[in-house]
Write a protein that binds this ligand. Sequence first.
Ligand SMILES: Cc1ncc(COP(=O)(O)O)c(C=O)c1O
Length: 369
Amino acid sequence: MIPFGDPTASYKFHKQEINEAITRVLESDWYILGNEVKSFENEFASFHADNLHAIGVANGTDGIALSLQSLGLGIGDEIITTAHTAVATVAGIEQAGCTPVFADIEPIFRCIDPKAIESKIGPRTKAIMPVHIYGQPCEMIKILEIARVNDLNIVEDCSQAHGAEIEGKKVGTFGKLSVFSCYPTKNLGGIGDGGIILAKSKKDAELIKSLRQYGWNKKRESLITGTNSRLDEIQAAILRIKLKHLSHDNLKRRKIAEKYNQAFRGLPMGLPRMKKNELHAMHLYVIECENRDSLMDFLKENRIGTSLHYPLPVHQHLAYANRIRGLDDLNKTESFYKKNLTLPLYPELSPNSVEKVIECVTKWFQNKK
Ligand SMILES: Cc1ncc(COP(=O)(O)O)c(C=O)c1O
């Protein structure tokens, strides 16, 4: 079976380094928030730009909640985001006590549409949370301008776009704060839960560091109300190794995507696009195709795994149905979800497997005629 994603393949590829790192942590006398976390935070910050600060947290959802809390946002404050995302984005917004508001996507690149953001700004809007979905950077230049004119914060959700760039500038360096999940399937993934936040100001970073650990100061006195959302040493040690390989792994992802795109160019389906002035992180390779359930079944019969990212847009999940502002204006999001299908793509995917996917997808279209 060719799986649509394969975190174990990444472990096997870096096995020796990872095993050594785990042993190093096991034999150290510090398992939580020690040197590995500090080093990962420093390395992750400098990977993105000079003068940034990084804060390791327990997962990306907490990262979103803590970021918003650190900006003083909570009950009654609206955050404009997209329904075309992992439920986690919205769960994190609500965990902070804030109110999500949905803006529609731009259908070619599938990210939040800056024009739709503008149309949703109201008196309670406090921040914009663009999600670089599937590794495709959002239109950050336009979003920055909207935020400037309307005096809004930007918190980027970069959970699917580690290492993506716009004009040579990494995503995660546009917003005041940026959040990355390090869940095992991500481009930068651990062997358990993990997340990391980037902050432009040291003051914000110090506040988040305190919030992630009961609101403590250095003497372990709780000065504010916080929580427990710490990154552990084993995850940090593994993420340090994965970070060294991230740019090369992303390159491998893009090469596979280019191969797919070339092979599928003549077929009647929507393909991921890559802009010339950007580096797509190609977290997921998602096509749009009529009768996608039939294609999915055909690929399964041929031992090719696929998935849906996602089965439903967030506003159609029962937990969020009929209660979020903007849900009646998401036509482009909804039509995308009738056709989306995720094909196998990860750095270790073999050339033979890529060929097999191409062959089977092409065959399904030929049989349809
Ligand atoms: C877009 C997006 N935002 C946030 C998250 C939250 O991450 P986590 O699962 O680490 O809480 C994820 C991961 O699933 C994600 O894909």
